[in-house]
Design a protein around this ligand. Sequence first.
Ligand code: 5GP
Ligand code: ZN
Length: 114
Amino acid sequence: MADCIFCRIVAGKHPAKQAGETTHVLAFHDNNPQAPIHVLLIPKEHVADSAADLGPQHGTMLVELFGLAGKIAREERLDLGWRLVTNVGPEAGQSVYHLHFHLLGGRQLRWPPG
Ligand code: 5GP
Ligand code: ZN
């Protein structure tokens, strides 16, 4: 999708500090970090606007995404814990409608998130 900021990042048309990738997933650092480590993990293809659109056809991509999240957490030495969250819709605060998961860590995280 041409007007999607995350599709532009995947295409190399918008800069982002990469954190890792797999065949179907790209990870990059959030440009407005909410924790010392704040990485976004997205499918390289715009296969879903949010987690509300996920189905069995996304299984391979999601397994890669969760595996990459754990790899990045190990690389960043988040031994004390980390969080993987996805916002769906306006009441959850979703602002970019290209599926993404936030990997947060490096500080004490509150629960519930707010
Ligand atoms: P949401 O609010 O949809 O759950 O999360 C979107 C996230 O994308 C926000 O944390 C926001 O800071 C991040 N973001 C928005 N635009 C850009 C960008 O151009 N580059 C990067 N690296 N992050 C972005
Ligand atoms: Zn997109």
